[in-house]
Each structure stands twice: as structure tokens, then as C-alpha cells.
Write a protein that binds this ligand. Structure first.
Ligand SMILES: [Zn+2]
Length: 343
């Protein structure tokens, strides 16, 4: 309260505010910790995974016992938040955010914070936030780099920001990165401090908005590179595109596309087929070298096949299609695909 501009009125606003954090990995952990300690009254935490031992190097809300017991991240994060402040209201949702449920989650919050590890779900949140008029704080991190960007396209008028100066994610990155191209935390690793810095930047943006201090927002595309020790801020003024399908034409392709239709259980085979979000051509040799740290992969008959840690077997086709063996769970299969092949 001593902090200039964060007195009683701002504290009351924070206590009455609702934040939605989608993805409770390293970014989500860093952001949720700060949002909880700032006194954001209601936190909704969405994550589809369980805590694993290899998460603990960077996912700061979890401890060894959570990993050993395989506690769902949303639930473990909720326990930790309530241990920090029992007065907060915390909703733990062990769900896969999809076109079916995204609007329901976004409608009931005052800010959306990105704790995700994949672009398809980010674009879905971008669509939902713009459509429903909510601010969305995008954040992402991989290896020793990360980025953060406030998406104010849905709230430009109420914040008094010119529409042209309030781009959405698709104004800046019109299309999904092609399947098999992007690095993921599972193929490139992630430096714990980098993801903490990015999560803190995103949480700072959310807290400023919720406290009624939008004047303090960093209205730039912000990126940090802890390998080369660089920080870059690209101003977003004038970056909104009239031809943007999302905030320009208000065509919400990711909400309308039934993303879960990409997964099909292959009957009687204990396997799921996953299709890429967009037409793709995969360089299997490159993908093979990227996946080397995850298991033993070989290219046979034009197909990249390998066994992953645990009990999954993954086969990737040159067109981006993949078969995940060892499960009939669509969400688990989609998770394996997102981690290994990308979008
Ligand atoms: Zn846009």
C-alpha cells in the first residue's frame, strides 16, 4: 500500500478481481505466485497435466511430494496458493482448454494470463479474449528466451487506447508456426530464471490492469534473451492490422475450429491419431535430432518412430500426422503431440 499508486483503492480493486491463468507450468507458476501474493481475490487455474520430477527445476509452486504422488498441476497450485493466503478463492480446473470451453473460462474473469507451452491454445485464448472484450497477457518462454505482450484489442476503448495501437496476437503473428518447426521446452529445455523473469513481467502487467493502473502498462512486445543478455522492446503503437482475421474482421477461427476434432482414437489399437492444426510438411531428419533427448527415434519407411519415456510410442508422418500408441486418451495424446511435434 505504500507503493505509489497502489494504495487502498487499488488494493480493494485487486481483492475484488478475477484472474484466469491458463497453463500452470513454469510461466504459470511464476505468475500465479505473484498474483496470489498481490492479493488478487479470485484465481482460476487451468492445466491438463500432472506434476513430474523434471518440472521441479523451474515450476516454483511444486515440491518433490507433488511429483512423487503425480498430483495434477492445477490442484497442486491451488494448495500452494491457499497455503500462501487462505483468504483467496481458487478454482483448480484439470482441463484441456479447447474451443468448447474457452469462452466459458474467459467470460468469468477480468484478465487472462498465458502460462501455455503451445501456440494453438494461445490463439484460442486470443480469440476468446478479443471476442469477449477481456485483456489477455501473452507470455512464452523456451530455452533461455522469452516474450510477453499485452493483448488489449478487446478493451482498447475502455482503456482509452486507440484501436490501431492495440493489436492482438494475430496482428503480430498472423499464422501458427508450422508443425515441427518450433522449439518446445521438451526439445530445447528451459532456463528456470528466464521463465521466472517472463512470468514476473506478465504478472506485473496483469496486476497493473487489475489495480486500475493501466497507465503503467508496458505496451510493447517485450523479449528477453538470457543467453546473449539482451532485452528488446518493440512498441505496439500502430501494430493493429485492419485485415487481422481476429480483431480486424472479428472472425474467430480458433474458437470456431473444433480443435479436438484433430484427435481420433484408433479402435482396438490403444492408440490415438493426431492431425496438425494446419497443413504441414515435416522434415523428419530434423525432427529426429530434436527428439533425441526424449527417446530413441528412427526413420523407417518414411516414418519417424520412437518410444518416449513412460509408455508412449510416437510415429510421425511427413504430413504432420502422428500416431500416439499406449493411450486412448485424446488429451494425453494431444499433449504428447504438442510437446514433441509442436503445432
Ligand atoms: Zn489482430
Amino acid at each position: 500500500m505504500i507503493l505509489l499508486g497502489f494504495g487502498v483503492a487499488a488494493q480493494e480493486r485487486l481483492a475484488g478481481a478475477r484472474a484466469l491463468v491458463v497453463g500452470c507450468g513454469a510461466l504459470g507458476c511464476a505468475a500465479v505466485d505473484l498474483l496470489a501474493r498481490a492479493g488478487v481475490g479470485t484465481l482460476t487455474l487451468v492445466d491438463r497435466d500432472v506434476v513430474e520430477l523434471t518440472n521441479l527445476q523451474r515450476q516454483s509452486l511444486y515440491v518433490d511430494a507433488d511429483a512423487r504422488a503425480g498430483v495434477p498441476k492445477a490442484e497442486a497450485a491451488k494448495r500452494r496458493v491457499l497455503a500462501i493466503d487462505p483468504a483467496l478463492r481458487v478454482h483448480a480446473c484439470m482441463e484441456h482448454l479447447s474451443a468448447e470451453n474457452a469462452e466459458e473460462f474467459v467470460r468469468d474473469c477480468d484478465v487472462v494470463v498465458d502460462g501455455l507451452d503451445n501456440y494453438r491454445t494461445r490463439y484460442l485464448l486470443n480469440d476468446a479474449a478479443v471476442k469477449l472484450g477481456k485483456p489477455f497477457i501473452h507470455a512464452g518462454a523456451v530455452a533461455m528466451r522469452g516474450t510477453s505482450m499485452p493483448v488489449l484489442a478487446g478493451v482498447a476503448d475502455s482503456l482509452g487506447v486507440a484501436r490501431a495501437d492495440a493489436p492482438c496476437l494475430r496482428c503480430v503473428f498472423p499464422e501458427l508456426p508450422p508443425a515441427g518447426e518450433g522449439e518446445t521446452c521438451d526439445t530445447a529445455g528451459v532456463f528456470g530464471p528466464a521463465v521466472a523473469v517472463v512470468g514476473a513481467h506478465a504478472a506485473g502487467q496483469a496486476i497493473k490492469l487489475l489495480a486500475g493502473r493501466a497507465d503503467l502498462l508496458d505496451r510493447s512486445f517485450w523479449s528477453v534473451d538470457m543467453e546473449h543478455n539482451r532485452t528488446v522492446r518493440m512498441p505496439l503503437a500502430g501494430a493493429a492490422r485492419a485485415e487481422c482475421p481476429c480483431c480486424g474482421a472479428r472472425r474467430f477461427e480458433f474458437l470456431e475450429d473444433e480443435a479436438d476434432g484433430r484427435c481420433t482414437v484408433l479402435c482396438g489399437r490403444n492408440a490415438v491419431q493426431v492431425r496438425p492444426a494446419a497443413a504441414a510438411r515435416i522434415d523428419l531428419v530434423r525432427l529426429q535430432s530434436r527428439l533425441a533427448s526424449l527417446g530413441k527415434f528412427a526413420i523407417t519407411d518414411g516414418l519417424l518412430v520412437g518410444a518416449l519415456e513412460g509408455s508412449f510410442e510416437l510415429s510421425v508422418f511427413p504430413d504432420g500426422r502422428a500416431i500416439v500408441r499406449g493411450t486412448t486418451d485424446l488429451v494425453a495424446a494431444q499433449g504428447v503431440y504438442d510437446r514433441c511435434v509442436g503445432e
